[in-house]
Every structure is written in C-alpha cells, then in structure tokens.
Write a protein of this length. Sequence first.
Length: 358
Amino acid sequence: MADFENKLTDLNDSIGFLVDRMGFMEKELVKLQAPGPGLAPSSQPAGFGREAKAFDLYLRKGVTALEPSERKTLTISDDPASGYLASPQTSAEILRIALSYSPLRQICRVVQITRESLEVPKRTGHGDAAWVGETALRAETLGLNFSLERLTPYEMYYLCKVSVKMLEDAAYPLDQEIAAEIGERFAVLEGAGFISGTGAQRPEGILTNSSVAHVPSGHASQITADKLIDMVFALNAEYARNAYWVMSRATLGEIRKLKDAVSGNYLWQPGFGGQPNLLLGYPYVECSDMPAIGAGNEPIAFGDFRRGYMIVDRVGIAIQRLVETYAVNGIVGFLARKRVGGQVVDPSAFIKMRVEAS
C-alpha cells in the first residue's frame, strides 16, 4: 500500500510538471506571435488577400517558394527576369505615399493605362457663331479643330537592399517597409519631373513647356502683390474657376507677408469650417520641387491643373529579386520598376510668375 501511494505521488508530480510546462509553452507561443517593438499588432493589413500573401512570400523566399497558382497571380511576363507584380495592397500603398510626396497628383488628372501610350485629343481651334435672318444663308464655319497628344509613360527604377536576417523575421512587416521606401523614392523623382522634367525619357514639366505664358514679377528679385493679382486676371475665366496656386513652402512664407496697400490686410486668408486656406480667393498646394524666388526663376504657377496637365500611370509595379548579386554580404536586393508619364495638354490652363523687372 505504501509503495502504491508513493507511485501515485510521483504521478501527480509529473502531471503538475506537465501542466506547468504547457503553461510556459503557451506564454512563449504568444511571445512568438506578437509583433516586435514598435510594430502594429498585425503585420498584415485588413483585406490582406491571396496576392498579398504570395507577394510577401516571394519577397522573403523567392519564386521557388510559390505554388504555380500563386506565381501566376504575380507574373507580368514569361521571362522571370522581368520581375513580379507587387500585390494590389502594396501597389495601393506606394501610390498613397506618392500622393503625399508628389502633390500635383492631388490636383492633376491621373489616368491608368494598360498599353504603351495614350493619345488624347487637344482642341487647336474653333469656329465662330453668327447672327442670321430667318431665311438667310448660313455661311459655313470652320468648326472645331483637334490634334492628338501622345502621352508616354517612362520607366523609373529603385534598388533597395534588405538583409537575409530581416527576411527571415516572420514578425517584420517586410512588404509594408519596402512599399514605403519605394513609394517615397518614386514620388520624389516623379514630382521633380512633373515640374521641371525635359520630356526626354521622363515627364514634361509645367515650367519647361514653352507654350505656358508668364507674368513678370515687376522686380528683379522679389514678388509683388500687384503682380499676383495680374496673374489671376491673366488667366481665362473658364480656367480660373477651378484654379490652384502651386509654389514651394519658402515662397509661400514670403507671400504670406504681403499686404494690400489700402487697408494693410494680408493677401493670404485662413480657411474656416473645413475650407482650405486661400490666396486672393484661390486654394494653394505646397510643392517642394518649385524653384525658390530668385532672378530668372519661375517660383509660382497658377491655373486649372486638372485640365492643363495629365499624368499617366502604366498599371503595375514590378519588383525583381536579386539574390546572387549580394549573397556574399548576406543581402538580397529588390529592383523596383514603375512607368509613369506627365505632359502639359492645355498650356492655356496655366500662367507662371517669372522673377524679372519687366
């Protein structure tokens, strides 16, 4: 009997040990599933779909880790060297970041295309209406004249490098970090192109289009209040209805100091009730790519940007995984490619301020 009681005691001790061990393992499992310091409770955003999971797996382990069906959702061509499409969630995040860094996307017309280029009609002339008697001859008029503008998306690339250790960290939101990095770099590059691009293998900038008219500032190195008013009234009324000012933050700081000569009120007006801040009654957008106030520069643009400038995005952001190139350093490279174009489609929709005495 004593021997049986001893065995029962040993069994109870073993069961207690196993219970304690299971509790410890559960706590460790929670730690493993929890995100690292500074990370969100979940590394996968809401709506994290099949394509996003496949894309995240591709970033971490390469194409060989994908099932045939997963590989098909990301493939952009029969050549693996062309890379694989970012998931819709990742692409959307990249474009969202682009809106923050490339402000012209907020006020210009943006079109997504699936072919090499886009042709849009451009009005080059119009006929004239005339009065006529009840039975008099109606003379023929020329009518509307159109030409076609071809908008071509040009290729941008960005190469980022990630350590193998980071790729192996399952809790790290790799796709979000890469999307943020690529989005910022692409946005900075395209933003400069929309303002001052040459149009040769890159977008055509608003300031580089020679058909966009300009108003002199009236001073060799400053901007005057009267000339800002001249800009407003130099623009055709049909464009002024939906016009925006575009300038850098530094230029805006100088303009906010300008006052009218009669009552001493500032030209800049704060917005109320959710309305935007206004300059001479029109909203403005800060754009860091606009030049500073200086002799010969054009620091301010004003007009209907939606009608005057068009941005074209070639659908899809491709990312190629480079393993062997940086293997000796324990690094994997990611070569991202995106095609975007921009062009002035109606020069009459804008007016620029040029810093010059006359």
